[in-house]
Design a protein around this ligand. Structure first.
Ligand SMILES: [Zn+2]
Length: 199
């Protein structure tokens, strides 16, 4: 019988294992992320060989990789995410507390004999647009009102005349832009003009 050995397929030729080495860190591409130049590695690969880059770092590739993460790694990832979210929540909480603790100061300031201005500070903590509020005061009292920086460098509204009591009332009644400013946060103060030589 004729041998059929010639027809017998030998061991099928193995496709050469394709290993790409990184030009930056010199490791196989799979190991780039463990080196200290991962960002540079990726940038270089994207420039040199976009196809290979996509094989490793495309959206799909990353998704596939995420799916093969060990349970331990997934748990850690979830933990990290939860920690990040808790931190953001804490920050929002602190912002709310700060807002509730913010004071609106309405200060009557004597400029000259029988001449006063009223400075309103702190409305911005309650989301009030100071320029618009100044306009509202100007219209309401038919007087001048503007936004200026005080000595501490904070913006405040300065209204001509002694209208401190009226502004407190406006806040209590929630008139116009002042709606939502809690009246419990309002403090009325008076600044007396210091005369030189006075102790
Ligand atoms: Zn690399």
């Amino acid at each position: 019988m004729a041998s059929t050995s010639a027809d017998t397929p030998g061991p099928s030729p193995r496709a050469p294992l394709e290993v790409h080495y990184c030009q930056v860190c010199t490791f196989p591409l799979e190991y780039c992320e463990f080196g200290s130049s991962f960002t540079k590695c990726k940038e270089s690969l994207l420039k040199e060989d976009p196809d290979v880059y996509n094989k490793f770092y495309s959206e799909e590739a990353l998704q596939a990789k995420l799916g093969t993460l060990s349970l331990e790694a997934q748990t850690k990832l979830e933990k990290d995410t939860a920690a990040k979210e808790a931190k953001a929540e804490k920050k929002a909480d602190a912002a709310l507390k700060k807002k509730m603790a913010s004071q609106v100061t309405i200060k009557r300031i004597a400029r000259n004999k029988n001449k006063y201005v009223t400075a309103v500070h702190g409305l911005e903590a309650f989301g009030v647009d100071l320029k618009k509020a100044a306009k509202q005061f100007a219209q309401k009292f038919a007087t001048g009102a503007s936004v200026t920086k005080n000595n501490q460098g904070f913006d405040e509204i300065v209204v001509q005349g002694d209208v401190s009591g009226d502004i407190v009332e406006m806040i209590e009644d929630g008139v116009g832009l002042l709606k939502g400013v809690p009246k419990d946060n309002v403090v009325e103060v008076e600044e007396k003009k210091k005369k030189s030589g006075e102790n």
